[in-house]
Design a protein around this ligand. Structure first.
Ligand code: SF4
Length: 429
């Protein structure tokens, strides 16, 4: 029995696919990349953008033809399976099973026996680790209570659920024993984590304090995505004081205008966001930022768009994920007055991207020359004899080394040049 899996969307979906692969392997179902060899195809889908859903409809068309030729079983899971369950059954009757996010763990059973589970709650898997990898996701939360007006996540993933502390510790120890170098704690609203341990409440910074002592081989701990409204002083102190907690923080801005942030239901203002990034910079030496930012939200004026541009300059990110507003059916923002024309949204996005690319080049050139500790991520395909690496700040490096290195080793690199987005240099022996 062989399966093929395609994964779309966020890191949590990717982590859930990794966990599903462990379950499938445990049941003797082997992986293939070849659709003609696959007895079952699993599409782990995303609903965040319409384009992602359109792409999946296209893949379903492709696999329906495979099914006619080879009898392939087709399983759709993930957020699109939650959002469009009935539509999928009607529009794509050749799909064998539409399995919601809570029931992903029942997929091996369905492949082997045709039975699906139907759970009313989300369960975390015991591990999300891909054997041999130097990096791993560690989901600690699922769902979201925030209902940002443009976002489909609370509707498809439900309310926030936190993974028990004991389970997180167990997985951290498992990963550390396997010499994993980098972990990313995941949750849609990761810093509203709430659980308990040894009879006491545990919030997100406390969880970091509990798990860091278990790390001997793990060098970098990242987390995504925090919400600015839940970014406490305690969290800032823990980032500043724990060496292993990455000093590169992904902090979604979304907009630089207080009025637009309010329409987005983000629960922070331009002023509170600026105060937060100033405080973080002051207390965390060497801090760098990345962000998510969106332009063209309904009724956004040119002045409000300019406020986003100025806040991007103020934040000074070394990387940014930039989008224009894309209405998602079923969210409040999709029905708001003042929808912006596509050509305006595209123009606003293009300038945002141009400015950000120039800014990150300027910031990175300003860092040269410097020394950085990196995880070796492999050998360069383009530059013979050069190794590739990635630092705590998520900067990419290409470098020479007098001695042989392998993936997952740590190396100190002296960088004296920037090429595109990659620092170039040599290993300091
Ligand atoms: S915080 Fe907002 S954007 Fe993030 S998942 Fe929740 S609703 Fe969506």
């Amino acid at each position: 029995m062989r399966y093929l899996i395609e994964t779309y969307g966020c890191q949590l979906n990717k982590a859930e696919s990794d966990a599903l692969e462990i379950l499938l392997r445990g049941r003797g179902i082997e992986k293939t990349e070849d659709p003609r060899q696959a007895d079952a195809v699993i599409l782990n889908t995303c609903s965040v953008r319409k384009t992602a859903e359109n792409r999946i409809w296209g893949r379903l068309g492709f696999y329906s033809a495979e099914k006619r030729k080879h009898g392939t079983m087709i399983i759709v899971t993930g957020c699109m399976a939650e959002r469009l369950k009935e539509d999928l059954k009607k529009e794509a009757p050749y799909v064998d099973a539409v399995i919601g996010t809570n029931d992903k763990a029942s997929i091996p059973d369905f492949i082997l026996s045709g039975k699906t589970g139907a759970s009313d709650h989300y369960s975390f898997q015991s591990s999300y680790y891909q054997e041999g990898a130097y990096s791993s996701y560690v989901p600690i939360m699922n769902g979201c209570n925030n209902f940002c007006s443009y976002c489909i996540v609370p509707y498809v993933r439900g309310r926030e659920v936190s993974r028990p502390v004991e389970d997180v510790i167990r997985e951290i120890r498992y990963l550390d024993d396997r010499c994993v170098r980098e972990i990313t704690l995941l949750g849609q609203n990761v810093n509203s984590y709430a659980s308990e341990y040894e009879g006491k409440p545990v919030d997100f910074p406390t969880l970091l304090e509990i798990i860091v002592p278990y790390m001997h081989n793990i060098e970098f701990v990242r987390f995504e995505s925090p919400h600015p409204k839940d970014f406490s002083d305690h969290l800032i102190d823990v980032i500043a004081s724990e060496r292993r907690v990455s000093k590169h923080i992904h902090l979604p801005m979304q907009s630089g205008s207080t009025r637009i942030l309010s329409l987005m239901n983000r629960k922070n203002t331009r002023e509170s966001f600026i105060a937060l990034i100033d405080k973080m910079r002051e207390r965390i030496p060497g801090l760098t930022f990345s962000t998510d930012v969106m332009v063209g939200f309904p009724s956004e004026t040119e002045e409000e768009y300019e406020e986003t541009l100025s806040m991007m300059e103020k934040m000074g990110c070394t990387e940014a994920f930039m989008y224009y507003f894309n209405p998602r059916e079923g969210t409040r923002a999709a029905g708001m007055d003042g929808q912006i024309a596509d050509d305006v949204k595209i123009r606003r996005l293009e300038r945002l991207i141009d400015e950000q690319l120039m800014r990150q080049k300027r910031i990175k050139e300003g860092m040269l020359p410097f020394k950085s500790r990196v995880i070796v991520t492999g050998l360069s395909r383009d530059d013979e004899g050069m190794y590739l690496g990635r630092s705590e700040h998520n900067d990419y490096f290409a470098f020479t080394s007098a001695s042989e290195l392998s993936e997952g080793m740590m190396a100190d690199v002296y960088a004296d040049e920037l090429s595109g987005n990659t620092f170039r240099g040599h290993r300091v022996e």
